[in-house]
Design a protein around this ligand. Structure first.
Ligand SMILES: NC(=O)c1ccc[n+]([C@@H]2O[C@H](COP(=O)([O-])OP(=O)(O)OC[C@H]3O[C@@H](n4cnc5c(N)ncnc54)[C@H](OP(=O)(O)O)[C@@H]3O)[C@@H](O)[C@H]2O)c1
Length: 237
């Protein structure tokens, strides 16, 4: 249970972060969600109810991240699911797009861990987000794979440096969330069908699948430095 625990979820206005907020609240936690878009935050807060507070934050801005944690004060668990991802052929993708992935997903999580750590209780935890393309090379994911691998390595090193705060990493497989809302519906649904056909579990993942894993990492005081793969057997294919 998470009674009297405060959980900060950066990226909590959508997808896996929003579902993690919902499940944490159901376990008794107070939740703070943060992301860039006022509209997404407002609708997430309406969905989550009075045990959730929302803050506007862009994790690519180091000084914003620092002042966010000063405002939040002491808390117990940090989850950083914030990310904007993209892919494309290595030779045809602008270097700027690859750099943007690092700015957003790597440096965003780095700043959050750096400035969040000072406010986290010694029994608390940090959960960072990697992803399957760090562990299974896929065409079109050169930069994203590198970002995810960097996040996993950062998290494991922080599990040593920030101890006794526990630091773990979730590595989702292909999960049906709003992260692919810009893809045309036909293309998205045929992508999901193809992936599902290849996986031992014969389906893509849901935000609920991954949120359950985050809640496990938050609550199990004997788990730190772990990369938890939640991918329906994708690495076996
Ligand atoms: N879905 C998948 O198939 C999949 C696969 C592998 C790994 N993952 C990883 O799982 C994590 C969660 O993904 P998801 O599918 O839940 O994505 P999502 O539904 O798109 O949610 C991403 C969240 O991050 C926020 N965000 C993005 N950039 C931000 C920034 N610079 N500062 C603050 N907030 C920011 C977004 O809100 P705003 O737009 O309001 O900022 C949104 O709340 C990510 O790390 C993703 O890479 C997902």
């Amino acid at each position: 249970m998470l009674q009297d625990q405060k959980v900060v979820i950066i990226g909590g206005s959508s997808g896996i972060g929003l579902e993690t907020a919902k499940q944490a609240i159901a376990l008794g936690a107070e939740v703070i969600i943060a992301s860039r878009s006022k509209d997404k935050l407002q609708s997430a807060q309406e969905h989550l109810g009075p045990r959730a507070k929302a803050f506007q934050l862009d994790t690519t801005d180091e000084s914003q991240v620092q002042s966010f944690f000063e405002k939040v004060g002491r808390f117990d668990h940090l989850v950083v699911s914030a990310a904007e991802t993209s892919g494309g052929s290595f030779l045809q993708t602008d270097t700027a797009q690859a750099r943007h992935l690092f700015e957003n997903k790597f440096w965003g999580q780095y700043y959050a861990a750096k400035y969040g750590a000072a406010q986290i209780s010694p029994n608390g935890s940090i959960t960072l987000f990697s992803g399957v393309v760090a562990y299974k090379a896929m065409i079109g994911s050169s930069a994203l794979g590198a970002v995810n691998a960097a996040v996993s390595n950062l998290g494991q090193t922080l599990a040593l440096e920030l101890a006794p705060i526990r630091v773990n990493i979730v590595s989702p497989g292909i999960i049906d969330t709003p992260s692919r809302s810009k893809m045309p519906e036909d293309a998205r649904s045929s992508f999901y069908t193809t992936i599902a056909g290849k996986l031992p579990v014969k389906r893509v993942g849901t935000a609920e699948d991954v949120a359950q894993s985050v809640l496990y990492l938050i609550q199990n005081g004997f788990v730190t430095g772990t990369v938890l793969h939640v991918e329906g057997g994708h690495l076996l294919t």
